[in-house]
Ligand binder design. Structure first.
Ligand SMILES: [Zn+2]
Length: 415
């Protein structure tokens, strides 16, 4: 690492703090199971809060459990610069997904303290509640409620598999805070996150300058054929819903590949009824999603998919019902914030490239209200949502240094 800056974060302290946080919900295979709003999550939050307070930050909690740790600026009239990510994990998740952005934010605060720096604007570190969605089924819940995407009451009423609601879980761990969960004016938001994909590692880049998040369209599809005996039904009489579904799944993959290396098309969920080995499937339900950085490409995929899937079903003698669940436009990040990330990476001498986020992040919802940018760092084999998720200390340090520089530049920018 050949940093050209003399204001350096402490890479060792950052790494030690990441390992410290990874103790909460540590799994035997080296990963983390820190499901949102569980007692393990509470322990991690308490630990984080204590560290924030030890660093002189003032911690507030809002009604959906989002945590905000504020460091005052010299000019109290200036809007805060936000930074952060999430501390919850997938059921068999890794140590760095989310935690990197929060703990690096803590390291930014500690470094500001060590360097005796008072920023012009306040700086505020955020831990968003339930980014993963694996317990209550709604990903980006905390940032989504904050941003007004999800109604607070609906979020409170969501249940986990045991029937516990979000509202009950928040109260049980003592993190249903007094602050309203809605956007407050802020000058910017920066989120450092592992890439969760293979591009940076493949190209040996230290920093991804994230320019935005890609457009998506999601569907539920039901193919309806006719249940009949596997042994007695000749080819001419078969209405096999699974054969039709298989052809449509192949269509999804084929359409994706016509859109180049930036296209995404996935069927990740399939239910076969009656799911008996000697019965021709009468009904198959499956999910379909397409993504692309360019929303026009998603529109093309959506049109091609629905017309061709319907034609395929007809040719396969089955009925089809396609329900579009939602279409999310691409979310470009704020050019001036993205530029601060670009400049920071260049100043530090890190190899960097622009990249579009393939995954959803809290930053995508925050960006609807606050000028936003993200920083990606590589992860081993592009692996995430996996206990084997792994990054190098130097990669964490580089990402944190860029975060520090971008936040400092924004918080001190001339108005
Ligand atoms: Zn994450």
């Amino acid at each position: 690492m050949t940093a050209q800056t003399n204001q350096r974060i402490d890479g060792k302290r950052l790494w030690d703090s990441l390992m410290d946080m990874a103790r909460f919900g540590a799994t035997a295979k080296g990963g983390v199971r820190r499901l949102t709003l569980t007692d393990i999550d509470r322990q991690g939050r308490d630990h984080f809060k204590a560290n924030c307070e030890a660093a002189g930050l003032t911690v507030r909690v809002d009604a959906i459990g989002n945590m905000f740790a504020r460091r005052p600026g010299r000019d109290p009239s200036r809007l805060p610069v936000l930074l952060g990510s999430h501390l919850d994990s997938q059921p068999s998740g890794g140590k760095f997904d989310g935690a990197l952005g929060v703990i690096a934010g803590l390291e930014v605060m500690r470094s500001l303290n060590d360097l005796g720096l008072t920023t012009e604007a306040p700086v505020e570190l955020v831990n968003w509640t339930d980014e993963e969605g694996s317990r209550f089924g709604h990903s980006l819940m905390g940032s989504g409620v904050w941003a007004g995407i999800y109604a607070e009451d609906k979020a409170y009423a969501l249940t986990d598999l045991d029937g516990t609601t979000v509202g009950q879980a928040l109260e049980a761990i003592g993190y249903k805070g007094p602050e309203p969960a809605r956007p407050f004016p802020a000058d910017a938001y920066f989120e450092l996150h592992i890439e969760q994909g293979p591009i940076l590692e493949r190209e040996a880049r230290q920093i991804g300058i994230v320019t935005g998040a890609q457009a998506q369209v999601w569907y539920d599809v039901v193919c309806t054929g006719q249940v009949s005996h596997a042994g007695t039904t000749p080819p001419s009489a078969r209405k096999d819903a699974l054969v039709a579904a298989a052809r449509i799944i192949e269509l999804v993959d084929r359409l994706m590949r016509t859109r180049g290396e930036d296209g995404r098309g996935t069927v990740g969920q399939l239910t076969v009824l009656p799911n008996s080995r000697n019965v021709i499937p009468g009904e198959v339900r499956f999910s379909v999603e397409f993504r692309h950085p360019n929303p026009a490409e998603v529109d093309i995929l959506a049109t091609q998919f629905t017309t061709r899937a319907e034609a395929q079903a007809l040719a396969s003698h089955v009925g089809i019902e396609i329900t579009e669940l939602f279409r999310i436009p691409a979310q470009p990040f704020d050019p001036s914030c993205v530029d601060l990330v670009r400049q920071a990476a260049a100043r530090c001498g890190f190899s960097a490239r622009e990249i579009v986020s393939g995954a959803g992040h809290d930053a995508v919802y925050v960006a609807r209200h606050v000028p936003t940018a993200m920083i990606f760092t590589p992860c081993k084999d592009g692996l995430s949502h996996n206990e084997a998720e792994s990054i190098e200390p130097g990669e964490a340090e580089a990402g944190c240094q860029v975060l520090f520089e971008a936040v400092l530049a924004r918080a001190n920018r001339p108005l």
